[in-house]
Design a protein around this ligand. Structure first.
Ligand code: PAF
Length: 283
């Protein structure tokens, strides 16, 4: 951990003031939106932003609008001091940590809904989710107007939704995706991995191994539907309590595919007890 102190902005005025100063010096600005509980995956986003821009802002806001009432908003891990030290060590220049009332003042009445790419997969199982994400990310982009905003490919469908939103609304910000960072056994890093018991943590790594097996089977000419169904059976056998989806889809539209003629992506969401894990890879 770094003992550098990272400046923090808690209002849109303070955020824009800092950015105005940088712009006056001709500096490029990158934004890394986060909900905190940072790990190496988030820090890789900061490093990517820093390669592209002289100044990098990380936002920290646990966005209530992307959690359904039964989800983990209340217990989502929060540690601003720890996150701030990690960000400073990764080369971040400013933490933007707005209060809820800054993001959603009384009377807030706007929802950004991206149809099409939001609909399948996560959209089926978490119907509230992408509306909440698109709304908060649209606000963050407009508040900061960075040159580049960096998001993890770990949330692949989220990345597609944000790219579509920025394109459709002519938001003048480049949206960049950063490859998933994995633990030594292949488990995708996630703030929610902290919820896993030792036993669940061991089982969790099977998700990525089974994705690799499915990719091999698809390249060997196996029928996509059969591979998806068999992998779901293997996930149950490995100890996953429930599987929301395990699917091979068109990498751009997320439409179902029957072969690998176009670039495809394998995407999965599965439960270990009360913890939901997601992962994806290029096929
Ligand atoms: O991926 C996340 O951490 C969140 O969905 C995001 C993009 C910061 C929006 O709240």
């Amino acid at each position: 951990m770094s003992d550098q102190v990272l400046p923090v902005a808690r209002s849109v005025t303070a955020l824009r003031g800092a950015i105005r100063g940088w712009r006056a010096q001709g500096l490029r600005v990158g934004l890394v939106p986060t909900m905190g509980a940072l790990h190496e995956g988030h820090l890789s986003l900061v490093r990517m932003a820093k390669e592209r821009c002289e100044r990098v802002i990380a936002s920290l806001f646990v966005n209530p609008r992307q959690f359904a009432p039964h989800e983990d908003f209340e217990r989502y891990p929060r540690d601003e001091a720890g996150d701030s030290a990690l960000l400073a060590g990764a080369g971040c220049d400013l933490l933007y940590a707005p209060e809820r009332s800054v993001m959603y003042p009384d009377g807030f009445a706007t929802n950004v809904i991206v149809s099409d790419v939001s609909t399948p997969l996560e959209g089926e199982f978490r119907p509230h989710f992408f509306g909440g994400v698109a709304t908060v990310v649209a606000k963050l982009l407009l508040q900061a107007l960075p040159d580049v905003a960096v998001f993890g490919e770990k949330d692949y469908q989220q990345l597609l939704v944000i790219k579509r939103m920025a394109r459709d609304l002519d938001v003048p910000v480049e949206i960049a995706g950063c490859p998933t960072v994995r633990e030594h056994d292949g488990l995708a890093m996630s703030s929610r991995n902290a919820y896993l018991s030792a036993d669940q943590r061991r089982i969790a790594a099977r998700l990525n191994h089974l994705m690799h097996d499915a990719i091999k089977a698809a390249h060997a000419g196996g029928a996509i539907g059969v591979i998806e169904a068999e992998t779901q059976r293997h996930l149950h056998a490995a100890g996953f309590t429930s599987i929301d989806y395990f699917a091979i889809r068109d990498a751009e539209t997320l439409a179902p595919v029957s072969d690998l003629a176009r670039p495809a992506r394998i995407l999965a969401a599965a439960w270990l007890g009360k913890t939901r894990l997601i992962d994806n890879m290029a096929v």
